[in-house]
Design a protein around this ligand. Sequence first.
Ligand code: NDP
Length: 295
Amino acid sequence: EVSAKVIDGKATAKEIREEIAAEISKMKESSGVVPGLAVILVGERKDSATYVRNKKKACESVGIKSYEVHLAEDCSEQEILQHISAFNDDPAVNGILVQLPLPSNMNEQNILNAVCIEKDVDGFSPLNIGRLAMRDREPLFVPCTPKGCIELLHRYGVPIKGKRAVVIGRSNIVGMPAALLLQREDATVTVVHSRTKNPEAITREADIVITAVGQPNMVRGSWIKPGAVVIDVGINPFEDTSCSRGYRLVGDVCYEEASKIASAITPVPGGVGPMTIAMLLSNTLSATKRAYNLE
Ligand code: NDP
């Protein structure tokens, strides 16, 4: 029985953090610059709090100074905008991140638009996405999760040029930019979404599959072309009474089946997840270099 190579996002992310730490330490020595990342967290969502804590920890581990603002669930939009504006003006802050989702009564677009483009390390602004989509244009930042997917393909030596790629999911933060990135790398890209007819047959044509759906184990082994490379972005709670918390996290891909057919596959957890934070650090470092005109 064949078994896919495991694409170890955790180990790769660690490698990248070490590279970033080395670069930042050199930068501090030669120019005295310390990169800074500001994180704005609104409300008491546990998952958001965990993400923010992990981001701060990762910043510390590479020498990025983190600034956190934690606002109450019932704070005003005005209050958030004031913090963003202060961070926009603060030269010690090179990247600004608003942890999503925001409370549902808030105008997310308004708030994200307030982050100045040079500090938009999440890469979600329409200007960035527009540049990502256009030939011969360079985005200032590539959104972290799709950037992490492509980085894994690169570091594992997976050829992209001329290959057939299928992205399942078309969200603004993962699926759509992942498809744009693959196309920039000269793959022939098909996007599968909730209205796609016969997604299984389409996915089976792909040499590279990236899934960002949010449906546990939706992509079965039969969807995968033998030898394809599978990058599973999904992080989904799946009931499991044998776990103390009553659930475990699984991907969009049925790992057990797909790992017998693919040539390489990311696990969940330990695949794309850790890469996302590593790419945030990488974007913050580029923002800093750009701000100070370094290299
Ligand atoms: P969204 O809910 O924003 O988007 C889901 C996409 O999947 C939509 O485009 C939707 O199609 C499509 N979809 C839903 N059901 C089906 C179906 N049955 N068949 C085909 N397509 C379907 O999710 P996100 O992109 O934000 O997140 C996707 C997953 O990735 C989640 O599990 C999330 O937790 C995880 N995630 C992981 C990150 C990481 O760091 N590893 C970061 C961000 C997300 P349509 O457009 O037609 O509605």
